[in-house]
Design a protein around this ligand. Structure first.
Ligand SMILES: NC(=O)c1ccc[n+]([C@@H]2O[C@H](COP(=O)([O-])OP(=O)(O)OC[C@H]3O[C@@H](n4cnc5c(N)ncnc54)[C@H](O)[C@@H]3O)[C@@H](O)[C@H]2O)c1
Length: 254
């Protein structure tokens, strides 16, 4: 038996990075996975990778900033797999900048994808979870949901919102079998960081000096976050809800 055997799982932003690694881990542990991403081609690739090792996966094109598409995502999971047991909200954008120069479009996009996207998927999934009084939601926030950094004010505000969304859902449904937890990753080696790295002097420089802000002295790997997401999604984490768990190479221990 896998650790999420036969559970109907949805992973947003699953075409790349942390979402991709999480979709693969869930499928490897027996989960049936809807691989969702705004980039359908990448979602299809991940879905094909899962099928290659005998796992169950369906690719879905979802722009999580559109609540209609989020509802379609949840409905697809219900029609294909019967219900929804697990939602992992990993879709995200990180557009760095000097705060007073941010355009409205960037502020809207950041909040719409990172915060409202997670709200929309949770809102659509919970009625199905309530039917069987069982569900696990894992929101990928960020260390920037707890502490900020130069050029990341808007991103940090969106991720702080995800922390409070997580706590709110946890309290609202604690007695109804639905758990909701958040992960706050430190610097993980994925494309979402490239623009921020550019503003900070380039990826090579950042990785040379990473020990200055991430004590473990290296970037995280997506699978290191995926292991934690799998645990929180599974029944092994049955006593955890409303938890904000850092996986950051010691960054927020300082
Ligand atoms: N990589 C890090 O250092 C780090 C640190 C902390 C938190 N995070 C968070 O982890 C999550 C995953 O990021 P990642 O590191 O895997 O980056 P990534 O760039 O590898 O993956 C992000 C994915 O989200 C998708 N996406 C973007 N906009 C979308 C939309 N509107 N609808 C649906 N999908 C959309 C992208 O197509 C991409 O596949 C994000 O929420 C990010 O904020 C990442």
């Amino acid at each position: 038996m896998g650790r999420v055997e036969n559970k109907a799982c949805i992973v947003t932003g699953a075409g790349s990075g942390i979402g991709r690694a999480t979709a693969l881990r869930l499928a490897d542990e027996g989960g049936k996975v809807i691989v969702s991403d705004i980039n359908f081609e990448s979602a299809e690739k991940v879905s094909a990778d899962i099928k290659k090792f005998g796992g169950i996966a369906i690719a879905h094109k979802t722009d999580v900033s559109d609540y209609v598409q989020c509802e379609d995502l949840i409905n697809t999971c219900v029609s294909e797999f019967g219900t929804v047991h697990v939602v992992i909200n990993s879709a995200g954008v990180n557009i760095p900048g000097v705060f007073h120069e941010f355009k409205n479009e960037v502020i809207d996009k950041t909040l719409n994808v990172n915060l409202k996207g997670s709200m929309y998927t949770c809102r659509a999934a919970i009625p199905h979870m309530l039917k069987h009084k069982n569900g696990s939601i894992v929101n990928i926030s960020s260390v920037n949901g707890i502490v900020s950094e130069p050029f990341l004010t808007v991103y940090s505000a969106s991720k702080g919102g995800v922390v409070m969304l997580t706590k709110g859902i946890a309290l609202d449904y604690a007695k109804q079998g639905i758990r909701c937890n958040a992960i706050c990753p430190g610097w993980v080696d994925t494309p979402i960081n490239y623009a921020h790295a550019e503003m900070m002097g380039g990826l090579e420089k950042i990785y040379k000096e990473i020990g200055n802000f991430q004590p473990i002295g290296r970037p995280g790997e997506p699978v290191e976050i995926a292991h934690l997401a799998l645990f929180l999604a599974s029944d092994e984490a049955s006593f955890m809800t409303g938890s904000i768990v850092s996986a950051d190479g010691g960054m927020t221990a300082q």
